[in-house]
Design a protein around this ligand. Structure first.
Ligand code: NDP
Length: 246
């Protein structure tokens, strides 16, 4: 029996990296998957790769009318949402002295505003309860250097999950955070290309001695979306190879 047969799953930023791997895993388990992303070509390629009944809706999570289009389409297709994986996020380095307003607004708009409204706009369709998983990061707990704005967004996400756990308790909606460590995705590859030697440093920071794969995160997201985690709420689930232990 497929674990998510006929469930309606939304994955923001599902066209690459962690979101794409998670979309594939949900589709393989029988879900109707809706993925978003800003780049049309990348999104079309991802929809092909994911297969099944996947739909791609081009859009930016920080743009409320793009989110309206996403949920209007799902309203027409299914009239409900069962799972939201609010995953779209960007990471940009800037030392404190280099942070300008555009950097601050870009990172907060995508990582916090995008997450708030991706979830808020799903609620009218979550009439039978459901699960929400927010993409956090070890960086929300660890103070990784040069990433203060990004780190702050990821700490904010933990607070959103705790608040929404109580706000939504009467509606049968569970909210949790998945917080990856260092995961080999296109975003990470760009960072490694621009920072020679960083890969070895990141591996040394990780007790398990390797970078994670997007599938490592996808497995944990499916657990948090499933009934196997039915008593887990308001939690931050670290999938980080042990980074926080040291
Ligand atoms: P990638 O950059 O590899 O993929 C990001 C995905 O999100 C792409 O599909 C991208 O498509 C989409 N996206 C980015 N910005 C927006 C936006 N404004 N609106 C809609 N879609 C958007 O990132 P990862 O897979 O590495 O990261 C996914 C999440 O996991 C992020 O929230 C990140 O902070 C978090 N994370 C990642 C870690 C890692 O090591 N990789 C570690 C800890 C946390 P497009 O560009 O076309 O919009």
């Amino acid at each position: 029996m497929k674990r998510f047969k006929d469930k309606v799953v939304v994955i923001t930023g599902g066209s690459d990296g962690i979101g794409l791997a998670t979309a594939k895993a949900f589709a393989a388990e029988g879900a109707h998957v809706y993925v978003t992303g800003r780049r049309k070509e990348r999104l079309d390629a991802a929809v092909n790769e994911i297969g099944g009944a996947t739909v791609g809706i081009q859009g930016d999570v920080s743009n409320l009318s793009d989110l309206d289009r996403l949920y209007e389409r799902i309203q027409r297709d299914h009239g409900r949402v069962d799972v939201v994986f609010a995953n779209a996020g960007i990471s940009e380095t800037a030392a404190l002295g280099e942070i300008d307003e555009r950097h601050f607004d870009r990172v907060f708009s995508t990582n916090v505003k995008g997450m708030v409204f991706s979830v808020q706009k799903a609620l009218p369709l979550m009439t039978r309860g459901g699960t929400v998983i927010l993409a956090g990061s070890v960086s929300g707990s660890k103070g990784l250097p040069g990433l203060s704005v990004y780190n702050a967004t990821k700490a904010a996400i933990r607070s959103l999950a705790r608040t929404w756990t109580t706000d939504l308790k009467s509606r049968g909606i569970r909210v949790n955070v998945i917080s990856p460590g260092m995961i080999e995705t296109p975003a990470m590859q760009t960072y490694l290309q621009n920072n020679v030697g960083a890969e070895d440093v990141l591996k040394q920071m990780t007790p398990l001695g390797r970078l994670g794969q997007a599938e490592d995160i996808a497995n944990a997201v499916l657990f948090l979306a499933s009934n196997e985690s039915s008593f887990v709420a308001g939690a931050e689930f670290f999938v980080d190879g042990g980074v926080l232990a040291v």
